[in-house]
Design a protein around this ligand. Structure first.
Ligand code: BGC
Length: 896
């Protein structure tokens, strides 16, 4: 019997966050033990202002006392009101079902600056003279990426340092240094928000970097999303300004008890430095010979008319480095490296003894042309080119500062001689969301498919969930995000990431209640190019409801639902106002439909019966989700209203789209999938509808034809409707179009379109052909939910209770998954020999699962102590308390 441990202490989903601005933060922990039945009977949270107090058992901020409760997640802090800068050291004591009391290791959080009055620093910008007088510097214009400014402030520290905290924000993106050492490892801070509404500040503990005596605080300020190129826009300065500005406040507590405050103001100095230009899309030019000199005073500028808020999600970081798997010399002096993996990030260069002034040029691409050159046409206007000009030092190391690229291949030119093996390293850059799930099975290509989905997630979850990391787009497309979200939760812990992004979504909502198609929204009123009106599209804007819904269901988070309730209601009000008849056919805006389905229709703003079908189905599902969430929130009136809305829309849907013989008037795979997944059909026709769906798939010789919208529903819906065999058949299909076709042709990420590259036609039209778009990879959730069988309980959110129900297919002989929930790790692993099954699974402490063991009537189930409560549809079911189990059964493989 193993003892209980209390692990994984988190505050607002984050481990030891600094500088939060949530005044009633939620605390979570998990129990670890493989003892059967392990659970929590009571807890006691202590929060103290110093670690010493906490160690002594003091809890001057909050002592919850012993609370008889099994709650381990989202325990709301109810102590003394928290003020700016407050340090909070906390732990939790748990009484388990054996009566033993166990105490966790300490954790901490701190409060940031909470109101404008807490900031004494002033916003500063560089004097434009630093660029004008510098013959190599580039002046920033609507088309040209300008030379970033560096900033500096010297200050003296008269005594030993007890604690030093640095708060920083910017219009632009910063890199900070103290005494020449980089502050933190975060990239591209402060990250992307709707800068007209809110701007992040970041908090760093810089105690080890501040020394008694002379110190220098430095900053470099890049353009980022604020003033650089964003999306397919041809003009920079999307927020109405090309001027970057900075706000830094360093607060030092000295041993003497004195406090020292160093804030940006007119006494700071600025100059140009080694970066000549740097832009997300275009790349960076860095001349290592240049040093900042002839410093000029900065200018104080007006503060933004937007709230300064703490970033509440994991920062963007380099999370992994990759050595190239090959290099070949394309022509003399031009080398092409293959990283073996399509990533988002950049290359780190390591040079030894390269002559000063040597220009090294790095170009990036996802694929190669048949002649071995880079295929860059699909990057559109993104130049994705970095240039490093060597200083001539014995050792030099360089990585770009304010740019990233989507690439697998790098072309290097300008290197004198043969490059040494360690010259080029690929750096993987994205929001550092913690890994949550792992999947593996007996089919190598399916494993690659799962990994490709994880890679596309990593490559695209960069501050916001983007569509793609390589071309001039990289926007927070809502449709893509919502279809992939459930898969994303299986791969990584994305709770904090989506909590932050949902704020961007609400910030982008119009006063009429229209949710956007992309978040953060781009202002379309300045120098707009191309498709506009980016809001209100069915399947895209509906993410405004689907995101809070999913975060609530997966993480048990009620607060995200409460916080966005008004916004979600406004959206449903808008749909109802616009479409009084119950069919969603009006104001469909860009109306993307089942984007990139086969045959493809990529027209904008057009109408078709399928598009009306899709829009109405999403409305009905929004209403159904709202009704369920309202009930969970105790909003009974809302629950009644939205249930009635669901019934009304469902009725209109059936009248319009359901024939008497049970067939739909629109006969695409996605139409059947949405009708079944969203419960839009009368019970007596569901079976027939599922059969029509299967007939459609069969008529395409067992191929899929769904686009972004249908795809996430395809395998789960087939499985839930008795056709797991068909789902498996689609899973392992490897001829075009299928999930495995790209894998047969070297894909290391999910492609934007089924026909991104085909035997027959080669590359599709580069105007829209990304090789790193996660939407079509949303089959990942099915691998966890139905192959490994780790599924949410229909009634209980957050995996506090869950289901374990693997659907075993003849295409696999084993599958295993581990999945870290808020409550600890669920594991499921099955092996099949013929029709004899061995299944091992793990139910974390303080949870419970209803398990469904694949089995036929007759031969007994060896159930490892589980009491079989019944049998239905090829499964024996039982209730499992926490613990590890191994069961054996005889099952029947489905026929296809
Ligand atoms: C993006 C998508 C997006 C779509 C909207 C494309 O340009 O890359 O992923 O959802 O537009 O139709």
């Amino acid at each position: 019997m193993s003892a209980t441990h209390v692990t994984h202490l988190r505050c607002e989903y984050l481990v030891d966050p600094l500088g939060i601005d949530e005044r009633a933060p939620r605390l979570s922990w998990a129990l670890a033990s493989d003892r059967r039945g392990a659970r929590q009977l009571a807890y006691r949270v202590r929060v103290a202002s110093t670690p010493e107090q906490l160690a002594r058992g003091g809890a001057d901020r909050w002592d919850s006392g012993r609370v008889t409760s099994d709650q381990t997640t989202h325990v709301v802090y109810r102590g003394a009101p928290l003020g700016a800068r407050d340090a909070c050291h906390w732990d939790v004591e748990v009484w388990d079902e054996t009566g033993a009391a166990v105490r966790s290791a300490p954790a901490r959080w701190s409060m940031g600056l909470l109101s404008p009055g807490d900031w004494t620093a002033r916003w500063i910008a560089a004097d434009p003279e630093i660029v004008q007088r510098d013959p190599e510097a580039i002046a920033s214009t609507l088309q040209d990426c300008g030379t970033p400014a560096v900033f500096r402030k010297n200050f003296a520290v008269s005594a030993g340092v007890r604690r030093a905290t640095l708060y920083a924000s910017a219009r632009g993106v910063f890199e900070l240094t103290l005494g020449g050492r980089r502050v933190g490892e975060d990239l591209f801070a402060p990250e992307w928000t709707d800068y007209d509404k809110r701007i992040h500040f970041r908090t760093y503990d810089v105690t080890p970097l501040v020394r008694p005596g002379a110190n220098t605080l430095g900053a470099t300020l890049g353009d980022g999303w604020w003033s650089g190129f964003v999306g397919w826009q041809e003009h920079r300065g999307r927020y109405g300004s090309l001027e970057n500005s900075l706000l830094v406040q360093l607060e030092v507590e000295l041993d003497t008890g004195e406090r020292l405050l160093v804030g940006t103001d007119a006494s700071w100095l600025c100059a140009t430095g080694p970066i000549l230009s740097s832009d997300f899309m275009m790349g960076e030019v860095f001349d290592a010979r240049r040093v900042a000199r002839d410093w000029l005073p900065v200018r104080e500028v007006a503060p933004p008319n937007a709230a300064l808020v703490a970033q509440r999600s994991e920062p963007v970081r380099v999370t992994e480095t990759l050595a190239p798997v090959s290099r070949h010399e394309l022509r003399p002096g031009v080398f092409v490296y293959d990283l073996g993996q399509n990533i988002s990030g950049f290359v780190r260069l390591r040079l030894r003894g390269v002559p000063a002034g040597t220009h090294l040029t790095l170009r990036h691409a996802e694929r190669l042309n048949p002649d071995g050159t880079l295929y860059v046409e699909n990057l559109r206007r993104a130049k994705a080119t970095d240039v490093y000009i060597a200083a001539g030092a014995p050792e030099e190391s360089y990585q770009p500062h304010f740019t990233f690229h989507g690439f697998q291949y790098v072309e290097l030119s300008g290197f004198p001689g043969t490059p040494p093996d360690d010259l080029v390293t690929g750096c993987v850059v994205h929001s550092a969301t913690p890994p949550a799930g792992e999947f593996e099975c007996s089919h190598a290509d399916v494993n690659r498919l799962w990994r490709n989905g994880v890679w596309s997630q990593r490559d695209n979850f960069l501050s916001v969930p983007t569509d793609c990391p390589q071309r001039d787009e990289r926007l927070g497309w809502m449709g893509d995000a919502q279809v992939f979200l459930r898969t994303a939760t299986c791969n990584m812990d994305v709770a904090a990431f989506f909590t932050k992004w949902m704020i961007d979504v609400e910030d982008a909502q119009t006063t009429e209640g229209i949710f956007p198609d992309i978040a953060p929204r781009l202002r379309e009123d300045i120098h707009w190019t191309g498709v506009g009106d980016l809001g209100g599209a069915a399947g895209w804007a509906d993410a405004g409801v689907i995101v809070p819904w999913t975060i609530w269901r997966v993480y048990g988070d009620v607060r995200i639902v409460e916080r966005h309730w008004r916004a979600m209601t406004a959206w449903l009000d808008y749909l109802e106002r616009t479409n009084p008849g119950g069919l969603r056919t009006r104001d469909l805006h860009n109306n993307y439909g089942d984007w990139l389905c086969i045959p493809t229709d990529t027209s904008f703003g057009t109408h078709s019966p399928m598009k009306n079908f899709l829009a109405t189905a999403y409305w009905a599902d929004d209403a159904a989700k709202m009704a369920t969430m309202a009930r969970a929130l105790g909003r009974e009136e809302d629950a009644t209203r939205f249930r009635a809305m669901f019934e009304r829309v469902r009725g209109a849907f059936q009248r319009e789209f359901l024939r008497e013989d049970g067939r739909l008037t629109v006969e695409t795979q996605t139409a059947y999938l949405l009708a079944l997944a969203f419960d839009l059909l009368p019970a007596n026709v569901r079976g027939r509808a599922a059969e029509r769906l299967v007939a459609n798939i069969k008529s395409l010789d067992w191929h899929l034809s769904t686009g972004f919208i249908g795809i996430s529903h395809l395998n789960p819906t087939l499985t839930r409707n008795g056709h797991a065999d068909v789902a498996y058949r689609l899973l392992v299909q490897d001829t075009f179009p299928s999930w495995l076709y790209p894998i047969k042709h070297g894909a290391t990420t999910i492609w934007e379109r089924w026909n991104g590259w085909t035997h027959q036609d080669g590359f599709f039209n580069p105007a829209m052909n990304s090789f790193n778009h996660y939407s079509l990879g949303s089959v990942g959730e099915w691998l966890f939910r139905h192959v490994a069988g780790i599924e949410l309980d229909p009634e209980v959110p957050g995996f506090r209770r869950f289901r374990l129900q693997p659907f075993v297919g003849r295409e696999l002989t084993f599958a295993r998954a581990r999945y870290r929930t808020m409550h600890g790790e669920i594991a499921s692993e099955w092996h099949r020999e013929g029709e004899t099954l061995t299944w091992r699974f793990q139910v974390p402490p303080n949870t419970g699962a209803r398990v469904f063991i694949p089995s036929v009537d007759g031969p007994p189930v060896v159930s490892d102590g589980l009491e079989i409560a019944g049998r239905a549809d090829g499964f024996a079911f039982a209730e499992a308390e926490p613990g590890r189990y191994t069961v054996h059964s005889t099952m029947r493989l489905p026929e296809c």
